[in-house]
Design a protein around this ligand. Structure first.
Ligand code: AMP
Length: 307
């Protein structure tokens, strides 16, 4: 089933306690579409880059079945750039620099071939653009999942609220859920967010797993305890891409299936953090994905008899 992924395609510079990179390929849509590509081959990207962005990377995306007709390449302009530094715990980070560049006046293009999309991933991007994409899809997709971050809460609050009100699933991290609601308790934060419009809320907690809220129900998935975490960048987007990719593959948007989607998303995110940038996400084997999911099942499965 067709899936549109919207978000940044970018250059990142990353500092972690394990090392430092200069400009490498990043971006929310890059990670999300790569993760989704392990579940469905009908993926269409909407984004913008400058002419400094490597053509080979676009070819890498195409090789994974990701359509780039809706990826604009702007002559004489620079791609979005983000620089971040992770703290010792690798769970929290500071943004050192955000250069919007081509993103500053991005007008998303949705080619005719994108119109029949059934699943829409609104990756991290200006909430104004996220809304424009929804406006330009004639028939509302079956499921719209949205991500955002503190940058947009601080710079585009009103537009962000309008975008959130229109989506089915909001997928954000714990710090973002707290910032969005002014609530420390994630349960209270979830109650407030579910009143803003979305029927489902995913709260990503990095190495502490993820929560899925819907009405009065809640589901928790752990993160896999990993020996080495080199770079958490893109883990949230990879999670979201795996989640929606799995739902698109199985064509089932029930709460029960979303629980499985959360496990698949967590499995994909566990690969992402093992190497810097997108490296690990480009060449995974299907069996590796299945083995990871099995590790999740083994991690949480236990028999118990209530006494
Ligand atoms: P994540 O680690 O999943 O939160 O996502 C990291 C990715 O988000 C990086 O590859 C960045 O290029 C991208 N990014 C950082 N800041 C922004 C922003 N303000 N809007 C959209 N994408 C961003």
């Amino acid at each position: 089933m067709s899936l549109i992924v919207v978000g940044t395609v970018a250059f990142d510079a990353i500092e972690t306690p394990f090392g430092k990179t200069d400009k490498i390929i990043g971006g929310a849509a890059t990670y999300a579409s790569l993760a989704a590509s392990y579940f469905t081959t009908d993926i269409k990207l909407v984004s913008v880059v400058g002419d400094d962005f490597p053509r080979d990377t676009i070819k890498d995306l195409n090789r994974r079945g990701i359509g780039t007709e809706g990826l604009q390449v702007r002559d004489g302009e620079k791609s979005f750039f983000w620089k971040g530094r992770y703290h010792e715990d690798m769970n929290s980070r500071d943004t050192l620099d955000t250069q919007l560049n081509v993103l500053a006046d991005f007008d998303p293009v949705l080619p005719e071939s994108y119109q029949a999309c059934e699943f829409l991933m609104l990756g991290n991007l200006s909430p104004q653009v996220q809304q424009t994409v929804m406006d330009r899809i004639e028939k509302r997709p079956r499921l719209v999942v949205m991500d955002t971050m503190n940058f947009w809460m601080e710079s585009a609050w009103d537009e962000l609220m309008k975008a959130i009100a229109r989506v089915d699933v909001l997928a954000i991290n714990d710090a973002e859920a707290r910032q969005l609601t002014n609530e420390y308790s994630l349960v209270k934060a979830a109650q407030k967010i579910l009143q803003m419009g979305p029927k489902y809320l995913v709260i990503k907690k990095g190495e502490h797993g993820a929560l899925l809220f819907h009405d009065e129900q809640v589901f928790f998935a752990p993160a896999l305890p990993l020996e080495d975490v080199f770079d958490p960048t893109g883990a949230g987007d990879t999670f979201a891409g795996g989640f929606i990719g799995y739902l698109a593959r199985t064509k089932d948007v029930s709460f029960e299936n979303m629980k499985r989607g959360i496990i698949y998303g967590s499995a994909m995110a566990s690969f992402c953090v093992e190497k810097f940038g997108t490296e690990r996400m480009l060449n995974l084997e299907q069996e590796e994905v299945e083995e990871r999911v099995q590790e999740f099942i083994d991690l949480v499965q236990f028999d118990i008899t209530l006494v």
